[in-house]
Design a protein around this ligand. Structure first.
Ligand SMILES: [Zn+2]
Length: 371
């Protein structure tokens, strides 16, 4: 179009000179699919959705209203807000979103301050109980990208989730029926050399970890996650983003087999799995009971719709570079209705119901909200 526009003819001839594989930069590459094949437009998800991985993106009451409107239009029943916060910061977010108890769940962070002082534990547990009392139904998103746990503003360098210092907190989560959304490591490309062989270079460079030689490797973090799951059998963990094993889903499958207390969310790894639709869809069908839908990418309608296209359709070779930053094309998984129901809401419903019937849950009694 631009080439034929007389207003831009000067620019056009200038860009023409750049139209060579010698001069086009990878960051500017915007291929368009030429195939005459079906294009599926899915405005609304096939089944109701519980989004298990989002954040307090909406800051004002008006934005929250707008978000709910978008959720209605695309078919998201409920969104879990991972605040990562404790104290008054948590309370403030909770106050804003809890006006809509049917539409949002608000999860808290962990207070890790004092993690390196003797006696760490009781105060953190107390704050967890307080957040639960306020209304938090789960914990997240807690990060460990290899140099220790981070929960919002709380940092604990060198302390990983399998550390004995975390025992009291993680056990209390089980007693309170609070699942933990735990983010370990990052995608594999970020650990690899930033050169022409790096498959995910466009995104990897942004979030690179190859320049942090002292952190625990991706594989090492998966071992830590595995030990955490064994150590805290009663606690339910939701590994964010397929535990960053999107490049090695078979290993995640083995973890599911070994650890009944493990779930994984699929958030922000759509573009990472869409290049391998046959392998990925088989994985979804096999582990449908352990995967939960999530976004982690704001609250705009087109964002939700791309996720539906990938999960529901069998479309091939389509680009969403602006949404995901990768230069490759995507493919749909065409998941079965049964699998979609489980991933979209059935597993999440089970997880969110866990807090209602916990015999060891002292804070349940006399709670104003009646759960
Ligand atoms: Zn997140």
């Amino acid at each position: 179009m631009q080439d034929t526009n007389p207003v831009h003819s000067g620019e056009a001839s200038q860009t023409k000179e750049l139209h060579s594989p010698e001069t086009i930069l990878l960051k500017d590459y915007r291929p368009k699919s030429i195939y005459k094949i079906p294009v599926t437009e899915i405005d609304k998800a096939k089944y109701p959705i519980i989004d298990m991985h989002s954040h307090p993106y909406a800051r004002t009451a008006q934005q929250i209203e707008e978000w709910i409107k978008n959720m209605d239009e695309v078919g998201v029943q409920k969104t879990v807000i991972l605040t990562m916060a404790t104290g008054t910061e948590f309370d403030d977010i909770y106050r804003k979103y809890s006006k809509y108890p049917d539409r949002f769940e608000i999860w808290c962070g962990l207070d890790l301050s004092g993690y390196n002082k003797p006696g760490f534990g009781p105060a953190a547990v107390k704050e967890l109980e307080r957040c639960r009392q306020v209304g938090a139904r789960g914990v997240g998103e807690i990060h460990d990208k290899g140099d220790g746990l981070v929960s919002g503003k709380s940092k604990a360098p060198g302390m990983h989730p399998d550390d004995t210092r975390m025992d009291a907190l993680l056990e209390r989560c089980a007693e309170l029926g609070m699942p933990i959304s735990l983010h370990v490591a990052d995608p594999i490309w970020m650990y690899q050399r930033m050169d022409k062989t790096n498959d995910g270079l466009m995104n990897a460079y942004h979030w690179r970890l190859d320049n942090k030689p002292n952190i625990v490797s991706l594989s090492g973090m998966i071992d830590i996650l595995d030990r955490t799951l064994t150590r805290h059998r009663r606690t339910t963990f939701i590994a964010c983003h397929f535990a960053n094993l999107d490049y090695d889903l078979a290993r995640l499958g083995e973890m599911f087999e070994r650890n009944p207390n493990l779930y994984a969310d699929i958030s922000a790894r759509y573009a990472e799995t869409a290049p391998i639709p046959r392998f990925a869809s088989k994985f979804y069908e096999k582990y449908a009971e352990r995967l939960v839908y999530g976004t982690d990418m704001g609250f705009e309608k087109p964002m939700y719709r791309v996720t539906f296209r990938i999960l529901e359709s069998l479309d091939e070779h389509f680009y969403e570079i602006e949404q995901f930053d990768y230069h490759w094309s995507l493919n749909g998984f065409g998941l079965s209705g049964e699998t979609l129901k489980q991933v979209y809401h059935a597993n999440a419903t089970k997880l969110l119901a866990a807090h209602t019937d916990h015999p060891g849950d002292r804070t349940n009694k006399g709670n104003a909200r009646g759960w």
